[in-house]
Design a protein. Structure first.
Length: 623
């Protein structure tokens, strides 16, 4: 398969319709590029606006969450430093008494009052370290019997000191449990120790649990679409609350969480994150890009549709232009090519009334006029030449010539001049076949038989100093060729190859079929050969004559000049057999020379009818 680039270049050079289509598409190309750029730019602008809008909303929400956390932390501080709470816890020891129950009930009542004033708090719990009692506004009070959980709470109180820590419900704690199971919650909880200002304080703990449903409801109000999701993570990347599915509910570390300055990190989703300056918590909004770009994708679909329609219109318009303008020109082009091959009967169909119709009509008139001129001039000249030839033939009566040569033959025999008798006999046979019924072609077999009479005359002339060998293949014997085509080659071989030889000369005439498409006939001698410079000169002259297109007949200087016989043979085979026919000369100094004629087999087998050549149309004489 050829190179696609070369194929396209050739198609562009040869096909006007293809060039028209390319030109139309080239005009559309800037519009297509601008349209696609505008759509892509609109997507970027829409994305940037969505990110900016989301950051504003998330900042407002994060400010609210920070205020809520500050409020909760202040509540935890009030509880952890309240003298009444501290006293009620300090007055009770490990053993619970009726008074302890009264005190814990009072604690629970006070905690409930605090819980009721803040809607974001779902429950408040107090852990009494001596009795291991957990007092909660959610379920009242209960004793922790798990020693590992007791130890974990006490260690948390001791290690955290006065600091605040946030624990998630799903965090694991000792004793094969979770923190949510410990305080009976599914949300995040604030944990800090009681009696903040007492360095000798016990490991009592206050736990304030945030209302997860309220946090989720707050975040849902920020969602721009039903498919969007929002997540709240702690400063350590742990998920506090979220509105998405479980696949997005995993905790994110600080490296894995998406930063707000990298909104394009996901191919299918837009992620915007905001970090709190107060709590360092992170709020992340996730929205599918297909939902964000729904309107721009629709615009892009319209743009692609317009581009498709434009390309289709370009193809249709180029085809209409081709049918309307290029097709008539193409008809004229093909008509001129057929006229150049000698077809003088061509007439192009014409139904147009415009300029192209006028050109087509002018072409048809030109063909008719040219055919008429050829018939009037060329045929007139041909009839004149044939009349002159017939006149000359009537002057040289063949019967008179044959009878005269026959009389010379018998006279030579009477005087016992056998060589003269044989020469006259062969000459008589040569002329008899040459003038036989006016035939222009002989088969190769007939041509060799005819040629033998001429060779025999030359053998007698040169005192039998050379012999002749015929190597004719069976498949080539019946192939017809022009008569007297080989005689000039044989004459050159005898005159230049055999002259000066007294014995040992050999002339070989061969014919064969080459590759089933060319018939070849060669004449070879074993003479002194031709010098290399002379062979090169002969080759150049024959090549120059073969490439001649306007003048197939020899100029007057070449008719009487050097290489007349070879020029005559080359002119005849080019005239009658076309460009594929050829004549070549090969020779090696001291080893003789070979002249080879190559003729197209299909041209030879057709019934012989000389083509009308454009040289004759110009009124030039035939050789």
């Amino acid at each position: 398969m050829s190179n696609p680039a070369v194929w396209l270049r050739d198609l562009f050079a040869r096909k006007i319709q293809f060039r028209l289509t390319c030109y139309f598409l080239l005009i559309l190309l800037p519009l297509v590029v601008v349209s696609l750029f505008a759509v892509d730019r609109s997507r970027i602008i829409l994305h940037d606006q969505a990110v900016e809008r989301s950051e504003t909303v998330l900042n407002s929400a994060m400010d609210y969450i920070d205020l809520t956390l500050q409020n909760v932390e202040e509540i935890s501080t009030l509880i952890a430093t309240d003298p009444l709470f501290i006293k009620l816890l300090a007055d009770n020891g490990a053993n619970l008494s009726p008074q302890s129950i009264v005190d814990f009930s009072q604690l629970l009542k006070q905690l409930s009052n605090v819980n009721s004033i803040n809607h974001i708090v779902s429950q408040i719990s107090l852990y009494h370290q001596p009795s291991h009692m957990m007092i909660s506004t959610h379920y009242g009070g209960r004793r922790l019997n798990n020693t590992e959980q007791q130890q974990w709470l006490e260690n948390t109180a001791i290690t955290s000191g006065t600091e605040i820590s946030y624990l998630l419900a799903e965090e694991a704690i000792p004793g094969n449990g979770t923190f949510g199971g410990l305080v009976n919650t599914d949300s995040v909880s604030l944990v800090r120790t009681m009696d903040l200002y007492n360095n000798n304080r016990r490991a009592d703990v206050v736990i304030i649990t945030l209302d997860k449903s309220r946090l989720t409801k707050l975040m849902k109000s920020l969602l721009p679409s039903p498919s969007a999701a929002i997540y709240l993570h702690t400063d350590t990347g742990k998920l506090v609350a979220g509105t998405g599915g479980p696949e997005n509910g995993t905790q994110l570390d600080r490296e894995g969480a998406l930063a707000s300055e990298l909104p394009h990190s996901s191919d299918s989703e837009m992620m915007v994150s905001i970090d709190s300056e107060y709590s360092k918590w992170r709020l992340t909004l996730v929205q599918p890009k297909k939902e964000l770009y729904a309107k721009t994708d629709q615009l892009k679909l319209y743009t692609v549709g317009i581009i498709f329609v434009s390309v289709l219109l370009a193809l249709v318009i180029s085809w209409v232009v081709y049918i309307g303008i290029v097709s008539p020109v193409d008809k004229l082009f093909k008509g001129m090519k057929r006229l150049g091959t000698g077809n003088m009967t061509i007439q192009l169909e014409n139904k147009r009334q415009d300029e192209l119709g006028y050109l087509t009509e002018a072409f048809n008139r030109m063909v008719v006029d040219q055919r008429r001129l050829i018939q009037e001039h060329y045929e007139q000249q041909l009839r004149l030449a044939r009349t002159e030839l017939q006149f000359l033939q009537t002057q040289i009566n063949p019967h008179f010539l044959y009878n005269t040569l026959d009389s010379i033959n018998w006279t030579a025999k009477n005087y016992e001049a056998d060589e003269i008798s044989e020469m006259v006999l062969n000459l008589s046979r040569f002329f008899r076949l040459s003038l036989n019924k006016g035939k222009d072609v002989f088969t190769i077999d007939e041509s060799v038989s005819h040629l033998h009479y001429y060779i025999r005359i030359q053998q007698i002339r040169f005192l039998d100093s050379f012999e002749v060998e015929y190597d004719i293949s069976e498949e080539s014997r019946s192939v017809p060729i022009l008569k007297l085509l080989l005689q000039p080659l044989v004459e050159n071989a005898i005159i230049h190859g055999m002259e000066g030889k007294t014995e040992g000369g050999k002339l070989t005439i061969s014919s064969w079929i080459d590759k089933g498409r060319m018939v070849c006939v060669s004449v070879r001698d074993n003479g002194p050969g031709i010098q290399a410079e002379r062979v090169a000169y002969i080759g150049q002259e024959l090549e120059r004559l073969a490439q001649r297109e306007e003048h197939l007949f020899l100029p007057e200087d070449e008719e009487t000049g050097d290489l007349f016989g070879l020029r005559n043979v080359m002119t005849r085979i080019k005239l009658y057999y076309g460009k594929e026919a050829g004549l070549s000369i090969q020779s090696v100094k001291g080893e003789g020379a070979t002249a080879t004629i190559s003729l197209p087999l299909d041209q030879c087998k057709e019934s012989f009818r000389p083509p009308i050549n454009h040289t004759l149309m110009k009124g030039e004489k035939s050789a």
